[in-house]
Design a protein around this ligand. Structure first.
Ligand SMILES: O=C(O)CCC(=O)C(=O)O
Length: 220
């Protein structure tokens, strides 16, 4: 059985990961089905695809995007793009239900206002993982990251500012939301390989919606 390691402080359904980083247990549970259906809708026109690292390795999770920008990776590097390189078309608009959960969760995590312009959607098959990395392709690190889990459980690896720091292991379930920013904005994080399982809504997949602000905020 996987050792989930240290269990961080818990209060009011919130698991404090460290300063400026919190897991909001079940925050999106009531709208999880709506989020999932909106995800499937996006994938009809903008299918999940395997991207490649700049070094040419296939990424384990399949990805798509919605919003004004989308995160992409290929031989030219990691970056945000206004159009889907596979279709040449703009990414589908961010559904209101996405925007709402992102802004509400950011506020609950202490980061209001949050105006995401990207919803990167990760789809994990059983065995898929995401290695420790920082989210640093955005232009404004004062804006948080909001990350919604749907479907199969996952073990979130929550590291520190340095890759060498041993990550904490936090179990993420359907409807959980992790929010990080401020002092934690550039912390390393990742996903342990997804264990074989079946979820009543998503089957043998885990989905993750990760909301970011990639372009600079308009001046006040
Ligand atoms: O799947 C997750 O929960 C994390 C996703 C992630 O780290 C990312 O998209 O940068």
């Amino acid at each position: 059985m996987l050792n989930l390691g240290e269990r961080p402080h818990k209060s009011n359904g919130q698991v404090v990961l460290n300063k400026d980083a919190v897991c909001l247990r079940g925050f999106a549970a009531a709208i999880a089905e709506e989020l999932f259906l909106a995800t499937i809708d996006i994938a009809k026109t903008t299918p999940f695809r395997q991207m490649f690292t700049p070094g040419g390795k296939p990424m384990s999770a399949f990805m798509t995007n919605s919003g004004e920008l989308g995160w992409i990776s290929d031989r030219r590097g990691y970056r945000y793009a206004k159009t889907d390189p596979e279709t040449g078309l703009a990414w589908p608009p961010m559904p209101q239900v996405f925007r709402d959960v992102a802004t509400r969760a950011a506020a609950a995590g202490g980061f209001a206002p949050f105006e995401p312009d990207v919803a990167l959607i990760n789809r994990y098959d059983i065995g898929a993982r995401m290695s420790l990395h920082q989210d640093r392709d955005e232009s404004d690190f004062t804006q948080p990251i909001v990350s919604v889990s749907l479907g199969l459980p996952a073990v979130f690896l929550w590291g520190g500012a340095l890759r060498s720091e041993k990550p904490k292991r936090i179990e993420l379930l359907h409807g959980d939301v992790v929010v990080w920013g401020g002092a934690s904005r550039l912390n390393f994080h990742g996903i342990h390989p997804i264990a074989p399982n079946e979820h009543p809504l998503t089957g043998q997949f885990r989905y993750n919606l990760t909301f970011r602000r990639a372009s600079p905020l308009r001046p006040a």
